[in-house]
Design a protein around this ligand. Structure first.
Ligand code: ADP
Ligand code: MG
Ligand code: MG
Length: 883
């Protein structure tokens, strides 16, 4: 088995297409070398080594050592240096990198191969002792921290102490001798913490680092990240060993990170940061404030330090040529890491850059218009769930703002929440339903869960490419980074900014689009869905086959749905209309009546209100189809809860409270979701459905008279298990339509169909289709009844199921294709066999989930229906499903 792939100018064994085997970083390093870009030589241990390691009781394959030695020899030959040779030492970096980039993984170790002898050799060879010992102390700290698990604070304390002793304030104040002294203190400290000497043998160092990368695949951090991002544990990580190049060799050296287009806005023009005389991690860690890459960016940010464009024009020119080459080659925006060593440019990484939804739209539409990609590719480029970011409110520009401070606009969007300083706490409080804003000095991979739970993130330190910024953009959380005026006191749970103090639990608002942190809540406005958004949605609409409707029942939701491009209502839940304050008493009166007369009296009170509800909806929806579901939930849910509720009904009806209570006890069910609900109510209390049907038809006629257009109602009977239920209720509804037509002299336009949400209904769908003019799959209940799993209780153990791999995904989020999906497929086939023109849709929560929408396309549904805010997501997902 080939475990190791070498790369370097002219001889890469891998290429970009091999990311499964080499990981993203390794595959792209190989590709860049092949493209003729300056890449330090190296080699990649494949993801299969990782898999073999875990399958074989954490032992490496027997022939791995030999393959590493061969690759190392080649690396040494190319670099012209030898690992551990004091006269001519090779230093390497050891870098993790799986198929998907994963912040939970081991940090990179730089400058590996140093010990007292090689450090002296490096000093000699470079003619720069300060550089050599600066690199050495970095190595001891990094290796101890990352590989040996020694707390890095120990080293920071030593350095701070040393600075105090000598009255230094900056790292740059330290001389070569100073660093040499630091190195010896570091070694002592590491040895004390470890109980053995710090490893000096470069090969031992190398295998230590390689082992640590593979071990980090199974850390809690990594597991959490994989769970949140749907990355299977079986993928494994690769390890890259690469010759070091040095950005810390003085003023002509530098290191930086850049994007080929702006990852926040998508604007064309390079975007990045760099640091002179520094090594890689310094940029991301936010220890020093980086400088801007380009002049344009420097002007925009009002920064005073020179840009790389101005300070290092030759390296910059070379770098920008590399950017163009990479963007044209990969045909997408790239996120690039580079280092300049004494004026010579080296490329250290390229990958498709993470971006905000706004930037994704801008980049995809720009690239299609530039001819770099096709319109269909542009449609495929946008992650539908990512659009969510754009569909939510932003801060009203006209609203008053109590600005506490302004940091960097690291990830756009606005968020309001209560201040929390700790990620675990953020997670707990969010679980309890609180909206929180996570405020940290800086974030690290250990904060991922807290960032995920928070509405937004603020950091006091770090640039636009800091951990917080990158992760927040990826998650779609608004983020303000580098708000340097904020002084955080974790112990006291507060932060100070100027003379103001904000405590844990106080409300703040952040605007990730301009970097503002505001005190209190601020007014938000609806998003504008124009520009690139409209262009791309236009391309998506051309591409899709399925229609997209919305689940909506209030006029406001209907309005939003239409604005977001819904082509009808897929589910109008009428029970919500029963709970409104002005009618709940009448509803209770109806339910608690002992006889039909009592019910009819109560229903007569509800009828005009319900008719008005429908009229409002029809006015907004015009001639678009509206699927209206007749009353569905168990009566149980309408029962009075408090004594006060009972007294209200008693007053309205004149019935004694005692009697009402007794009736309520009668109606209580032990398993309401499988009880007296859906069409079963229609069977026992036909007058309820008749009232609803009348309200619908009368509203249609009224709106038609008023506006001239003809509303289309699709009357939906829920929870049907047998064709007889449907036949009986259909006859009743049709009877009402007939009556309304006779009374008004106008014919309402309607279909009668059913919700398919029980396994029996799926199996009997051939029969049911004799009476149903449409099916709408209620996949929430269908999932519950197929799995025999209550959605409200599943939360307690579903996590364990996902962890153990019993289920791959939460079946209430993404449809279970194998089981529930098969029932849907059967129902589609049998239903269409009986009635070829049968209209088919889905109205469960799954209708807004891209993976489930893909399934709906596969089985040939006519439309999906989802919540109004997800309509654009569904439009895009439906287009992608059809490509
Ligand atoms: P991450 O996946 O966290 O970005 P990397 O493996 O890319 O980790 O390493 C982080 C940084 O370390 C790089 O951006 C680069 O600046 C620096 N680095 C890695 N390898 C080398 C190398 N061979 N020479 C110089 N710097 C390196
Ligand atoms: Mg990197
Ligand atoms: Mg249901």
């Amino acid at each position: 088995n080939k475990w190791v792939y070498a790369f370097g100018a002219g001889y890469s064994e891998g290429e970009a297409g091999m990311r499964e085997l080499l990981g993203g970083k390794g595959a792209n390093l190989a590709e860049m070398a092949t493209l003729g870009l300056p890449v330090p030589p190296g080699f990649t241990l494949t993801t299969q080594v990782c898999t073999a390691f875990y399958e074989n009781k954490r032992q490496f394959p027997a022939d791995l050592n030999e393959q590493v030695e061969t690759a190392l020899a080649k690396l040494e030959a190319t670099a012209g240096k030898v690992l551990g040779d004091p006269a001519n030492p090779l230093l390497v970096s050891v870098r993790s990198g799986g198929r998907a980039s994963m912040p939970g993984m081991m940090d990179t170790v730089l400058n590996l191969g140093l010990n007292d002898e090689t450090a002296a050799g490096l000093a000699e060879l470079s003619g720069d002792r300060r550089f050599a010992y600066d690199s050495y102390r970095r190595f001891i700290q990094m290796y101890s921290d990352v590989v040996l698990g020694v707390d890095h604070a120990i080293f920071e304390d030593i350095l701070d102490g040393f600075k105090d002793e000598n009255d230094y304030s900056l790292d740059t104040d330290l001389s070569a001798d100073d660093w040499e002294q630091i190195v010896s203190r570091y070694k002592t400290a590491a040895a004390t913490a470890l109980g053995r000497p710090f490893p000096t043998d470069p090969r031992e160092q190398l295998w230590g680092a390689i082992g640590a990368v593979f071990m980090s695949w199974m850390t809690e951090r990594a597991k959490t990240y994989r769970r949140l991002h749907d990355i299977p544990a079986s993928w494994g990580t690769a390890v890259n060993v690469q010759a070091m190049v040095f950005g810390n060799m003085g003023e002509t050296s530098a290191t930086g990170v850049a994007f080929t287009r702006d990852p926040s806005t998508g604007d064309s023009g390079y975007y990045g940061e760099f640091l002179v005389n520094a090594q890689g991690e310094d940029v991301v860690a936010g220890i020093r404030t980086p400088q801007c890459l380009t002049e344009a960016m420097r002007e925009r940010m009002g920064d005073h330090s020179p840009s790389m464009e101005a300070a290092m024009p030759e390296s910059y020119a070379e770098l920008s040529a590399a950017f163009d080459k990479l963007e044209r080659h990969y045909r997408d925006m790239q996120d690039i890491e580079f280092t300049v060593e004494r004026g010579r440019l080296w490329m250290l990484q390229t990958r498709t850059g993470k971006r905000t939804a706004k930037a994704a739209l801008r980049i995809a539409t720009d690239m299609a218009q530039e001819g770099l990609i096709t319109e269909e590719e542009a449609v495929m480029r946008i992650d539908p769930s990512h659009l969510d970011q754009l569909l939510h409110p932003t801060l009203d520009p006209k609203a008053e703002r109590d600005v506490l401070t302004t940091g960097l606009p690291a990830s756009p969007g606005a968020a309001t929440g209560r201040v929390v300083f700790d990620s675990d706490e953020a997670e707990e409080r969010a679980k309890a339903g609180e909206k929180v804003i996570l405020v940290r000095i800086e974030t690290s991979p250990e904060d991922i869960h807290g960032m995920h739970a928070a509405e937004g993130i603020v950091t006091a330190r770090g640039g636009m490419t800091s951990h917080a910024a990158v992760v927040a953009r990826g998650m779609g959380r608004p983020c303000v980074s580098g708000a340097g005026q904020i002084k955080i006191d974790y112990a006291k749970k507060l932060f100070m900014v100027g003379r103001r103090t904000v405590h844990d639990g106080e409300m703040v608002t952040i605007d990730g689009s301009n970097g503002q942190v505001l005190y209190g809540e601020a007014k938000m406005i609806k998003p504008e869905l124009t520009g690139e958004f409209a262009i791309l949605m236009g391309w998506a609409d051309k591409t899709r086959r399925m229609k997209v409707r919305a689940n909506a029942e209030t006029p406001q939701d209907c309005q939003t749905a239409v604005e977001f491009g819904a082509e009808g209502i897929g589910l109008c839940r009428t029970e919500h209309m029963f709970f409104d304050a002005d009618r709940i008493a009448a509803v209770r009166e109806m339910i608690l009546s002992n006889d039909q007369d009592g019910r009819v009296t109560a229903l007569d009170k509800i009828l005009p209100m319900q008719r008005d509800d429908f009229a409002q909806i029809f006015r907004i929806m015009g001639e678009l189809p509206c699927t209206i579901r007749l009353l569905d939930p168990p009566l149980h849910e309408f029962l009075p809860h408090t004594e006060e509720d009972v007294m209200d009904v008693a007053t309205a009806t004149g019935l004694p409270a005692e009697q009402l209570m007794a009736r309520a006890r009668d109606l209580a069910e032990s398993n309401p979701m499988l009880g007296h609900r859906g069409c079963r109510l229609g069977i026992t209390f036909p007058e309820i459905y008749e009232m609803q049907a009348r309200a619908i038809f009368e509203a249609q006629i009224a709106v038609e008279k008023e506006t001239g257009f003809q509303p289309l109602a699709e009357v939906m009977i829920p929870l049907v298990a047998t064709v007889a239920e449907l036949s009986i209720l259909k006859a009743r509804v049709a009877g009402v339509a007939q009556a309304v037509a006779e009374e008004t002299g106008a014919k309402p336009k309607y279909l009668i169909g059913t919700m398919i949400e029980l396994p029996r209904a799926c199996l009997m769908s051939g029969e049911i289709a004799k009476d149903a003019e449409f099916f709408s799959f209620g996949t929430n209940d269908l999932t519950q009844t197929t799995f025999g799993l209550s959605r409200d209780d599943a939360g307690k153990f579903l996590g364990d199921y996902l962890e153990a791999g019993i289920l791959e995904k939460d079946p209430f989020v993404t449809i279970d294709r194998d089981g529930v999906g098969d029932l849907v497929r059967i129902a589609v086939e049998r239903g269409r066999a009986t009635r070829p023109e049968l209209k088919l849709g889905i109205c469960g929560e799954h209708g807004g989930d891209p993976a489930s929408i893909d399934f709906c396309e596969d089985v040939g549904l006519d439309y999906v229906s989802c919540s109004p805010y997800r309509v654009p997501i569904a439009r895009l997902a439906a287009a992608q499903a059809n490509l």
